[in-house]
Design a binder for this molecule. Sequence first.
Ligand code: FES
Length: 98
Amino acid sequence: MFRKLHEPGAQALTLTIDGVPVRAEPGETVAAVLLRQQTAASRTTPVNESPRAPYCMMGVCFDCLAIVDGVASTQTCLVTVREGMRVERQFGKRSVLP
Ligand code: FES
C-alpha cells in the first residue's frame, strides 16, 4: 500500500521481519517499514485474531504492536530501526514468558 518516494541510499541498513531481510533508512520507525511490506499487519487481536496494522503513528492506538528483538507488545511506531534488528509479527495473545 505504501512505498518510499526514493530507495534507501548508501546509509541503508538491514533488519529482518519474520526472518526476511528488509532494507530501511536510519531514522525510520519500524511501523513505517512494516507499512511498506506486502502484508502490513503487525499483529492479530487476542480475541478473534483480526489483523491490525500501524494506524496513528504516534503511540495512541496500539495497533502497531509487534515483537522487536524478543520483546513482545512493542509499539513499533515509537521505535526507530537499527542494523540487525529482529521484528516478528505478533499473533494472538502475547506470551509473558521469555
Ligand atoms: S501506530 Fe498507533 S500506537 Fe503505534
